[in-house]
Design a binder for this molecule. Sequence first.
Ligand code: ARG
Length: 462
Amino acid sequence: MEGEKALLWGGRFTGATDPLMVQFNASIGVDKRLFLEDIQGSQAYAKAIARVGLLTDDELQSIIDGLDKVLEEWNSGTFEIQKTDEDIHTANERRLKELIGAIAGKLHTGRSRNDQVSTDMRMWLYKASGRLQDFLKKLMAVFIERATVEVDILMPGYTHLQRAQVVRWSHWLLSHASSLSRDLQRLQQLQKRVNVLPLGSGAIAGNPFGIDRELLAKDLGFDGVSLNSMDSTGDRDIIAEFTFWGTLTMMHLSKWAEDLIIYSTKEFSFIHLSDAYSTGSSLMPQKKNPDSLELIRGKAGSVFGKCAGFLVTLKGLPSTYNKDLQEDKQGMFDTYDILSAVLQIATGVLTTLQVNACQTHGALSEDMLATDVAYYLVRKGVPFREAHGLAGKVVQLAESEKCSMSELPLGKLQSLSLSFDSDLANVWDYNHSVEQYTSAGGTSKESVMKQIENIKAGCGLV
Ligand code: ARG
């Protein structure tokens, strides 16, 4: 019974809570990570209620100083969590009361843990998404640096994992940087939606003491206040969005990792992963495994699970706050932890890998220029469909003559079409092939350099 009396909401209870239920109900193990935001939010809220006369100057000072002491304890690792500390909010308030006495009981006037928890999470997520943006920008800077320096390296481009057309290695790098640049923009947009203050919504109905929420928002660095108290106490859109952002970003990184895993095989040998991001086999001494990339690919599934799981938690909830929402923090923290590790590892992998230009150039073959033969004919005025058919015949002819297309005598080619001429020789040059793609987004050098500028500008990397 003593235990229940000690609970901050225990007043109307006469019976004891099942000890297992106490554990089941508690979120302190997870949400203690919000200690700083909880204290900062409380200090600003104390000022807001003092402004409407609910606290004297002395009471306000005592609450602010007391909360500073609580913060010091968290920072120095001396804060002692008690069995009755259900969550970070009750833990901080309990400790404040021990430090400054009954005045601590005034802090929660007009506030509910419903608007408090959502405020703490938004403050935390705002900063966390800023850190993730920094990690993402660092990774993108490596993509851009390599794409600039290694622009002359050519490689086979694949569709259906079959050799398709010749592309620049930089073009491949920028294909991944492009999706990451959208991820960065999405996170920047999401961060704006995070920065809206729910505090002052109370449990459901709003704040009855006329506090100035705009001023409170300004104190805490929010851009504005939430529109409707019933919505804002149950609104977890930003958590759903954040876990989805993480899912999409991981999916992009997973595809990048998969490409690199393939390119790092002996069969391809396009790239060489640095020892720093590889591991060996306990059985086969010759093995060097791309574990960093496999873990990135694997963790994409875990983050997807956070997103799907939380969306299911939200689906079908009645309006406003329900305890189901307490499940939000684990998904948010896990998504952050995984993404922050993955982005840093990806940066290390990309910085240290070596591209084997001899191998990527050696992997090019004339069959990849069949499209160029068709384009050659198009430039001579042959309609594309016809040119495509004729180029196919050239491939077939080379196969039946057991030689490469470039070895076919002009006379034989002219028996297929009189549009073939001696200048066809230019087509067998891989550099000539990539340099045709000058339109925006293509693989010519000029176009690739423009893509670099566009990505830099779009992401504020200039
Ligand atoms: N620990 C709770 C959570 O994270 C705080 C809000 C509790 N609200 C309530 N009405 N019991 O969701």
